[in-house]
Each structure stands twice: as structure tokens, then as C-alpha cells.
Design a protein around this ligand. Structure first.
Ligand code: NAD
Length: 260
């Protein structure tokens, strides 16, 4: 398995073995990549370190709460010390107060709006900027988004607005980073049962709807996302940048389900 042999990168957003970031990491490791991992806070340190070691990444975890000044720079310094230069970054994190992921969107508070934007959107911009000195030419950076950026999904609320901003950021970053022959993309999976998803009101309905209405009638898995992310990290996607790429069994193309 040599698709990613010799490639080194950073994975942000592993919380447990259900995380999308973990699905990506497992596949990337199978294809030969070496990685460092950031964890949000000390409560996650041991779990993330154990997962990293299970795929052969030792002494490879560092704390990075993206809302804290200087943490993203520290992550880059850690990766630089371990690898010198790197070839990919996976940014797989988002946050909103769970109380605001239900009911009307207009109830979003200023505090949560700004916090959601800071953690879920601005952090990717800061990551790209701080990473620039340690990126190899041809590097591939990716973030995780969701269809709620383009369409209204009940209860997704401020997170939909944040994902719209994240997708716009991806396009601006693709132009800036393109000058250095570095690619920036957003991957948009269908609903997957993870820790972050479990706080969205009526999330099970999103899962059921995805399975029922998508052209191939199946849910998305973290391995589905991992496979596509590995393609984006690989040299076979050198001409792909600035895009939002759906990995959702085709759900995004539907205007109306065949089954009602
Ligand atoms: P997850 O709970 O496994 O991962 C979310 C991660 O965000 C966690 O590791 C958490 O520690 C991290 N995080 C939150 N606040 C942070 C902070 N201040 N600093 C650093 N890290 C922080 O859930 P997931 O579903 O794997 O989410 C990963 C990404 O995928 C998110 O951007 C999410 O919006 C996106 N996404 C998820 C789905 C889905 O249905 N699960 C669908 C499309 C997109």
C-alpha cells in the first residue's frame, strides 16, 4: 500500500474511534502516511495517544485548543520538530453550544455565533497561515464541511452558517496557497454518528433521511471519507483545489426523494 508512502502530515480533530478524523487517519496509515495528532484538551490526551500508537505513530500527540492563542503555532512547531516539512493537514473540528443546535436559528446568541465562527471557521485560516513555512510544495490541506452550508437542515442552525463561511474560506485559501503550489479543499460527508453529531437535535432523522433519499441508499462511513481524503492527500489529485467534495452517497443531488 504505497499511495501515501513517505508522506507526513497533521491530523486535527480525533476525539475517539468514531471520529471522522480517525477514519481518515486509519486509511492514511494503511496507505503509508506518517502523522502527528492534536487533541483539544488533557481529557482526550490518553485516548488520542493510544489510537495514534495503534497505527504506529509514537510520541505523536500534542495539545491544540484552536480557540487559545498560540496553540496552532505550537502544533506546527511540534510537527516541524518531528518531521521537518509536511505534506498534508486534516482539519476536522467544529463547535457550537449544543443548546443552540435545536429550535429556531434566530435564537442564536452573539456569544455562541462568534465562538462557533472562531473554532469552526477561523481556525482553518490560522492553520493554513501558520503551516505555510513547514509545507512541502504540492501539499494538500483539507477541512470537513456539511451540506447544511447550502441547504436548510432543521436544527443545524449556526453550524450551517459557519460551514458556509468555511467553504468560502476554502476558496480564498486555495488562491492564496495556490501561489505556493499547495491545494486546499473541503470534504462534505453525509451524516455520520459521532460525538459532535450526537448533540444536533433529531440527528437520527438526518441519518434515516440520508439513507432513504440518497441514490445508493446507504449511510456514509468514516472509512468512505477516509478513502476520499487519501486521494486528496495523494499525488493523483494535484490539479484539484478550492472545491467542496461530497462523500454522501449522492444525497446532495436530490431535489425530492423517490420514496415519500
Ligand atoms: P467528533 O466529535 O469526533 O470530532 C469533533 C472534534 O472537534 C473533536 O475531536 C473535538 O475535540 C474537536 N474540537 C472541538 N472544539 C475544539 C477546539 N476548541 N479546539 C480543538 N479541537 C476542537 O465529530 P466529527 O463528526 O468527526 O466532526 C469532525 C468534523 O466533521 C467537524 O467539522 C464536523 O462538523 C464535520 N462533519 C461531521 C459530520 C457528521 O455527520 N458527523 C458530517 C459532515 C461534517
Amino acid at each position: 500500500m504505497t499511495l501515501l508512502a513517505g508522506k507526513k502530515g497533521i491530523v486535527m480533530g480525533v476525539a475517539n474511534d468514531h471520529s471522522i478524523a480517525w477514519g481518515i487517519s486509519k486509511l492514511a496509515s494503511e496507505w503509508g502516511a506518517d502523522m502527528v495528532f492534536s487533541y483539544q484538551n488533557v481529557l482526550l490526551k490518553k485516548r488520542v495517544a493510544t489510537l495514534a500508537e495503534s497505527i504506529g505513530c509514537f510520541d505523536a500527540v500534542v495539545e491544540c485548543d484552536v480557540s487559545k492563542e498560540g496553540h496552532i503555532k505550537q502544533l506546527m512547531d511540534f510537527a516541524a520538530k518531528k518531521f521537518g516539512k509536511i505534506d498534508f493537514i486534516v482539519h476536522s473540528l467544529a463547535y457550537s453550544d449544543k443548546k443552540e443546535l435545536q429550535g429556531p436559528y434566530y435564537n442564536t446568541s452573539r456569544k455562541n455565533f462568534l465562538n462557533a465562527m472562531d473554532i469552526s471557521v477561523y481556525s482553518f485560516t490560522e492553520t493554513c497561515r501558520e503551516a505555510l513555512p513547514i509545507l512541502n510544495e504540492g501539499a494538500s490541506l483539507m477541512t470537513l464541511t456539511y451540506l447544511g452550508s447550502q441547504r436548510v437542515l432543521p436544527n443545524y442552525n449556526v453550524m450551517g452558517v459557519a460551514k458556509a463561511a468555511l467553504e468560502a474560506s476554502t476558496r480564498y485559501l486555495a488562491v492564496d496557497m495556490g501561489k505556493h503550489n499547495i491545494r486546499v479543499n473541503a470534504v462534505s460527508p453525509g451524516p455520520i454518528k459521532t460525538l459532535a453529531a450526537s448533540v444536533i437535535g433529531d440527528f437520527d432523522k438526518m441519518l434515516q433521511c440520508g439513507e432513504k433519499a440518497s441514490p445508493i441508499h446507504r449511510c456514509t462511513t468514516i472509512e468512505d471519507v477516509g478513502g476520499f481524503a487519501c486521494f486528496l492527500m495523494s499525488d493523483y489529485s494535484q490539479a484539484i483545489t478550492g472545491g467542496v467534495h461530497y462523500v454522501d452517497a449522492g444525497y446532495n443531488i436530490m431535489g425530492m426523494s423517490e420514496e415519500i
